[in-house]
Design a protein around this ligand. Structure first.
Ligand code: FES
Length: 135
């Protein structure tokens, strides 16, 4: 689907907006990586927690202060990332999220980047922690 042609949120986006998946937090004892990521243009902010076991994201939770597009795309990002290896999760793109939702209006495409960047940041924190434990 060409997201350039979409002018309003589709049913799938609305469903994720109304019932976002994986909302919440992972407690300090179980969290492997955490990030706070903001969009400087609009001020939206995404808090993301990941739990990693054997290099696999076994749990992921988020809290978001932001727009419907960011809520729906962050929800889909968590669906795509959960159960994936760190290696595969790093490859998730904003287009993967948008395509999985069946498209998003062009002027809301940037909202999907928030989830992607937050995921990369949380993975980076996990990898830094892991490295410091080895050293
Ligand atoms: Fe800021 Fe959607 S308008 S992320």
């Amino acid at each position: 689907m060409n997201s350039n042609q979409i002018t309003k949120y589709n049913d799938n986006v609305m469903e994720h907006f109304k019932s976002p998946r994986n909302v919440g937090e992972i407690d300090d004892e179980n969290v492997s990586g955490f990030s706070i990521t903001g969009d400087p243009e609009c001020g939206d902010q995404l808090y993301l927690w990941i739990k990693v076991e054997k290099e696999k994201i076994v749990d992921i939770k988020f809290k978001l202060f932001g727009c419907p597009g960011a809520i729906a795309t962050s929800s889909m990002m968590t669906v795509l990332a959960k159960g994936k290896s760190i290696k595969k999760a790093k490859k998730i793109t904003d287009d993967d999220i948008i395509n999985s939702l069946g498209g998003i209006p062009e002027n809301k495409k940037h909202c999907s980047l928030l989830g992607v960047v937050a995921l990369q940041n949380a993975i980076r924190e996990y990898e830094i922690k892991k490295m410091s434990e080895i050293l």
